[in-house]
Write a protein that binds this ligand. Structure first.
Ligand SMILES: *Cc1c(COP(=O)(O)O)cnc(C)c1O
Length: 383
């Protein structure tokens, strides 16, 4: 993803299709989230996958500017890139890093997640001093030392090369308020605290503790942790439209996707448009071609009217199949659409159908996937 300086003027970077990122809204969200946490809890900004398509370097440096001191990434390489961009705060790598890269973790002062006991032993054996957070599996069964394996967890704290400065778990259904999901989540929380108590009972000083991601914070705000690892909420949108959460937060969407009309043409009644002849004009139609497609991260599943874009304040459905680099809008009845006009595909505030959660839902997915797949071909402009 290219990141370039803000310049609101119409310029080459706005010539085709582009992402606009509102750093003002990002900073606002960080403040709202920080205020929603119990005292002593800090925001750990999750900036993996190019900060969910928003540009990791720019997002992290903006957040450092408003006092955020902790970040999470998926891979060591994402962490190293942030260091090279001058990020000073703590950077937690959430995924596994090959133990033979221990020196890189040390050199860039990255904090490594211990994804299970064997991994911790192998990383320790490298003999390189590495900061680490121990991950505990409380029921998601993805990464982590099982919460039942108290002796393994205990042993990790005694490992010579590793400084265990955090311990965390991940809640796998904290987004749901269904009674059985709430019961499951409460059980995860209980198991996590029980393990921490047992470790404390063995004389281990419990380091920084964390378990909530965005939905954990939305639905279990009372948990007194040292960090909340917040991703999607930081970017100002829920994963899906209209979701109920226990805590209501005044968050603002940060990202928009826009494209300029390449040309407008009439497709005569009965004629076809696009691959597979999927669109057939029922009457004479005005079609606007946008130079953006699935190669930029616009899901192909939005084809044939499932997706819409905002243009001239109106809502225009996608016509036919989304192509790799182009898609068509049916702008019949929308006056005066011309080459160079800007259409908004994601997040026109005046058109709720273009909100990231709504677009993602129409594509059969969630905002997190939609945003994180936005392609590197789209220039990233801050506004
Ligand atoms: C991605 C991730 C998060 C952030 O999740 P959101 O739902 O976007 O807030 C938190 N913790 C872990 C372990 C993750 O992988």
């Amino acid at each position: 993803m290219r990141e370039e300086n803000a310049n609101p003027a119409r310029d080459a970077r706005r010539e085709r299709a582009y992402i606009e990122v509102s750093l003002g809204n990002l900073a606002h969200n960080a403040k709202v989230l920080q205020a929603a946490m119990p005292p002593g809890c800090q925001l750990m900004a999750v900036v993996k996958a190019q900060a969910y398509g928003h540009g990791a370097a720019r997002v992290a440096s903006c957040l450092e500017g408003v006092g955020v001191k902790a970040f999470a990434v998926a891979t060591a390489d994402e962490g190293i890139a942030l260091r090279e961009d001058g990020v000073k705060g703590e950077i937690l790598v959430l995924g596994r890093t090959s133990p033979d890269r221990a020196k890189e973790l040390e050199r860039h002062s990255l904090t490594q997640t211990l994804v299970d006991f064997d991994y911790a032993k192998e990383l320790d054996r490298q003999g390189v001093p590495v900061k680490a957070h121990l991950k505990i599996d409380t029921g998601m069964h993805r990464l982590g030392v099982p919460c039942e394996s108290q002796e393994e967890a205990e042993a990790v704290f005694g490992m010579k090369s590793l400084t265990v400065c955090g311990v965390y778990t991940h809640l796998c259904c904290s987004d749901s308020l269904r009674p059985d999901d709430v019961a499951f989540t409460r059980e995860q929380i209980r198991k996590f605290y029980r393990l921490l108590d047992a470790l404390a009972g063995k004389g281990i000083t419990i380091p920084k503790v964390h378990m909530q991601s965005s939905y954990g914070l939305w639905n279990y705000p009372e948990l007194a942790c040292d960090y909340a690892r917040v991703g999607i909420a930081l970017y100002g949108v829920p994963s899906a439209p209209g979701e109920r959460t226990r805590q209501k937060l005044d968050l603002r969407p940060v990202l928009s996707v826009k494209a300029r009309v390449a040309l407008v043409r009439t497709v005569k009644k009965g004629e076809y448009m696009g691959y597979g002849r999927e669109f057939q004009a029922k009457e004479d139609c005005q079609i606007a071609i946008l130079p953006i497609g699935y190669g930029d991260g616009i899901p192909r599943s939005l084809s044939c009217g499932r997706g819409v874009a905002s243009i001239h304040g109106k809502c225009a459905p996608f016509a036919g199949l989304v192509c790799m680099d182009q898609l068509a809008l049916d702008v019949t009845g929308i006056e005066g659409v011309a080459p160079g006009d800007v259409a908004t595909l994601i997040n026109d505030a005046k058109n709720p159908g273009t909100s990231a959660p709504e677009v993602a839902k129409r594509a059969g997915s969630i905002s997190n996937e939609l945003l994180s797949r936005l392609g590197p071909r789209l220039p990233l402009l801050t506004v």
